[in-house]
Design a protein around this ligand. Structure first.
Ligand code: PEP
Ligand code: MG
Length: 883
């Protein structure tokens, strides 16, 4: 089979649909070449070769080498240059490209093919010795770093020393002779630290670089990125070898990156940066401050350096035309890399641009309005999980701000936390539950774990397309980049800014929407959801089948959830009401009572409180379905565990400390999650469920009478394993209902159902359905019991499990489709068979997880239920699952 695919010279072997085989970069280069855009010719070694490379023990199979050389010969023919030709050498770049982009995670080598002979040829052929030596020194540094594994600081230091010697601040101010001297110094560094001369053979260089790029697929940072983004190890990366074009050939050359729309807010403007006389990595690395592309952007920023529109009007015009063409061709916002060599434009990359949730929303809605995509496509365009970014607070504009620095508004959102100066510290302190802000001079891919752990990211250097900015936007972390007034002293663990000193651990606040950095914590406000958000949600609602309910126990949460579009309550955990300070003493009296009579008197105190709780919820939900779950947790959760606590409880309940201590001792359980909880409480202490059922029906009758609206309570029994448990409990609930109806002279419809959260219940769903009018899958407990993994203790080993691929994702976040999923599937089938019209929902955490929602759609559940803030995510995910 073919493993090497060519592109360039007006045609290509592949196209954009072949990302699986060619990687994103390779597929899009082929596509651009195929539609006639100016793309330097090259070849892509396909992704299956990555596995072959590892299988061969980190070697490129000979057959692949032969195919590569054949394709390289075609590149030579198109360019008219020879690889290794000392008179006019072909130079190439070697780049990675996986199926989905993993920005900065893998390695790249530029200017490959240079050696002591070809550099002279390049100088002569280009008539520009400075450019030739500049390219060579760049090549040595990159190759030494990526392929030979030498520290890039060695080379950067040597460059800094040279610049100091020459009294210049920019590398563009160094002469050809300076750079020639630097090359000599670099080669010396290689010999000294690598132990051998810098490789001179172009083919040796080529195989070295290709191997290193394949090898970087398994680098630590690439693995971390894959884990955070659910990218399987097995995909592998492709490698693209492409003829170099040079942005560092003088003042009519340049390199840049651009987005066809603003990736931060979605506005339809050309957005990007470029640098004259530079190569691509200079822009991303933030070594020089990049210039704006458009005059409007430059003026808005008050910058002096000429925009590309002003400095190179003609090429800019061509570029703008290419942007327009790429947007209509791909029907999506594009992220583009380009190079201008001697006033000639070349496209080096295009891909769907990463964007903030806010921008994704605006771009999807705008593109649908522009007629570029359909409404359904717009719904599919916005990643449901990313909506989270929009649903979180921003800084209160009225709050006092002590602004100590300003940078670029690189990724929106507001965050406060303790300053930390390195990623390991960020991770360590975040693990202890502390909110931290990662502050770095600039970030690199090695910071990925720290950026993930941090609530926000602040850098002193780097532009809007810097590593920090791109990665933070992708992760949804607020980020302020390029705050130039910031000086970090890593040794002293302090930063100074505007004459003030901030130590590690001090609290600061970032506003990623304005670029402001503030001392201390600043108040935040809830996001308002209107405009594009509302439009997209409306479109989503048109396409979804699953209903979306919420897990809520207070009228305030109900209101939030309704604001987000919840269509009912799928889980009201009544135990949360028991912890209220006004009633915890009654709860404890009830628990500590020696007998049913004692319990009944404490429960009598709780009845009016519970009734008021339920009335509040029924009123707030105004006729929508409300599922109320009877008490579930083991009773000792409501009791203290130390002597001081015992004394408090004794004082509050009027019992002696000794009695309290003894009763708590009696209630102790070795394995409370499998102990005296759920319907087992209701069966052994029937007074508890009787009180709760009475409170529910009294409240429902009162609200129905008062509002004239139908109130249909759904009473839910937790932790049922057998049909008989539900039969007994249901009878008790029905009894209370009849009592209340008789007392009030009113009746209403209600339902009794059960959670399915134990494997036995899933298997015996047929018998259980005889007594249940609905099932709600409690996938938290079902995961815990099916996998035998404690939901409270899993954190210690689950990361390792996920890293090793034992579970593809944390099964408490994304449902384990194979195991837990099969149990759910069995219960759906057996339940529905026993009772047609059985209502089915899910109320475990998975109810708000887009992947799990897709699974629920597949199983044909009636609704999902999730926490209020996840309701919009669930609405969108449900629509996407149905489309
Ligand atoms: C569940 O187990 O999935 C559930 C929703 O109940 P809880 O989380 O309260 O145990
Ligand atoms: Mg449960």
């Amino acid at each position: 089979t073919k493993s090497v695919f060519r592109f360039g010279g007006g045609s290509a072997d592949g196209d954009a649909s072949q990302k699986t085989l060619l990687g994103g970069k390779g597929a899009n280069l082929a596509e651009m070449a195929g539609i006639g855009l100016p793309v330097p010719p090259g070849l892509t070694i396909s992704t299956p070769v990555c596995a072959a490379y590892y299988d061969a023990g980190g070697k490129l199979p000979e057959a692949i080498k032969a195919e590569t050389l054949e394709a390289l010969a075609a590149v030579e023919a198109i360019t008219g240059k020879g690889f290794g030709d000392a008179s006019d050498p072909l130079l190439v770049s070697v780049r990675s490209g996986a199926r989905v982009s993993m920005p900065g995670m893998m390695d790249t080598v530029l200017n490959l093919g240079l050696n002591d002979a070809t550099v002279v040829g390049l100088a002569a052929a280009s008539g520009n010795p400075r450019f030739a030596w500049d390219s060579y020194r760049r090549f040595i540094q990159m190759y030494a770093d990526v392929v030979l594994g030498l520290d890039h600081y060695l080379f950067e230091d040597a460059l800094e020393i040279l610049k100091e010697d020459r009294g210049v601040s920019l590398d563009t101010e160094l002469s050809a002779e300076d750079l020639q001297g630097l090359v000599k110094r670099y080669k010396g560094l290689v010999a000294q630290h690598w132990g051998d001369e810098f490789p001179q053979g172009p083919h040796e260089q080529l195989w070295g670089a290709i191997g290193a790029v394949f090898g970087s697929w398994r680098s630590d940072r690439a693995r971390t990125y894959r884990r955070l983004n659910d990218i399987p190890e097995s995909w592998g990366t492709a490698v693209t070898v492409q003829a170099m074009v040079f942005g560092n050939r003088g003042d009519t050359s340049a390199t840049g990156v651009a987005f066809t729309r603003d990736p931060a807010n979605g506005e339809r403007v050309t957005y990007g940066e470029y640098l004259i006389n530079a190569q691509g990595e200079d822009v991303v690395a933030g070594i020089r401050t990049p210039q704006y592309l458009t005059r409007a952007a430059r003026e808005r920023a008050g910058a002096k350096a000429a925009s590309m529109e002003e400095a190179m009007p003609q090429v800019f015009g061509e570029l703008a035309a290419v942007f327009a063409l790429l947007e209509t061709h791909y029907r999506d916002m594009q992220d583009i890399e380009f190079t201008v060599e001697d006033s000639r434009l070349w496209m080096l990359q295009t891909r769907a641009g990463k964007r903030t949730a806010k921008a994704a929303l605006k771009i999807a809605v705008d593109m649908a309005s522009e007629g570029l995509i359909t409404e359904a496509e717009a719904v599919l365009r916005v990643e449901a999980g990313a909506l989270d970014q929009l649903l979180h607070p921003t800084l209160d504009p009225k709050a006092k701000r002590d602004v100590i620095a300003r940078g670029l508004p690189a990724s929106p959102g507001a965050a406060s936390g303790a300053v930390v100066f390195d990623s390991d510290t960020a991770e360590a302190r975040a693990k202890l539950g502390e909110a931290v802000i990662l502050v770095r001079t600039e970030t690199s891919p090695e910071d990925i774990h720290g950026m993930h752990a941090a609530k926000g990211i602040l850098t002193a250097r780097g532009g809007m397309t810097s590593h920090a900015a791109v990665v933070a936007r992708g992760m949804g972390r607020p980020c302020v980049s390029g705050a130039g007034s910031l000086a970090i002293d890593l040794k002293a663990r302090v930063m100074s800014v505007g004459g003030r000193t901030v130590a590690e651990g001090d609290r600061i606040t970032l506003d990623g929407a304005t670029g402001e950095v503030m001392l201390g914590e600043v108040a935040t406000i809830e996001p308002e959801l209107a405009g594009d958000f509302g439009v997209l949600m409306e479109w989503a609602d048109k396409h979804r089948r699953l209903k979306v309910r919420t897990n809520a126990e207070t009228p305030a949460d109900c209101r939030t959830a309704r604001g987000f579009g919840a269509e009912g309550i799928g889980l009201c955990r009544t135990e949360h009401m028991f912890f209220e300070p006004s009633r915890i003493t009654s709860v404890r009296r009830m628990i500590l009572a020696e007998d049913g009579k004692g319990r009944a008197s404490a429960l009598a105190e709780l009845l009016p409180e519970q009734r008021a709780d339920f009335e509040g919820i029924f009123r707030e939900m105004a006729g929508m379905p409300v599922t109320i779950r009877l008490l579930d947790p083991p009773l000792h959760e409501f009791l203290p565990h130390d002597e001081a606590g015992f004394a408090d409880v004794a004082a509050a309940t009027g019992l002696t400390v000794a009695t309290v201590r003894r009763r708590i001792g009696e209630l102790h359980e070795f394995n409370p999650m499998l102990g005296h909880r759920g319907c087992r409480l209701g069966i052994t202490y029937p007074e508890i469920y009787a009180m709760q059922a009475r409170a529910i029906f009294e409240a429902a009758v009162a609200v129905a009478k008062d509002t004239g609206e139908a109130v249909v309570p759904e009473v839910m029994v937790p932790l049922v394993a057998t049909a008989r448990e539900l039969e007994i409990t249901k009878a008790a609930i029905d009894f209370e209902a009849q009592q209340v109806f008789a007392e009030t002279g009113r009746t209403l419809e209600y339902m009794v159902g059960t959670m399915i959260e134990l494997p036995r219940a899933a298997l015996r769903a047929g018998d259980i359905a005889e007594f249940a009018e609905f099932f709600s899958f409690g996938t938290n407990d079902l995961t815990q019991t099916a996998l035998g993994i404690s939901r409270d203790d899993a954190a210690r080993f689950l990361t390792t499990y996920v890293d090793m691929g034992i579970y593809p994702r944390d099964p408490f976040v994304g449902i384990d489709e194979e195991g837990v999923g099969e149990l759910v599937e069995i219960a759906v089938e057996r339940g529905r068979k026993a009772r047609s019209g059985l209502k089915l929902g899910i109320c475990g955490e998975h109810g708000g997880d887009p992947g799990s929602i897709a699974f629920c759609e597949k199983l044909g559940l009636d609704y999902v239920s999730c926490s209020p803030y996840r309701v919009p995510i669930a609405r969108l995910a449900a629509a996407q699952a149905a489309l």
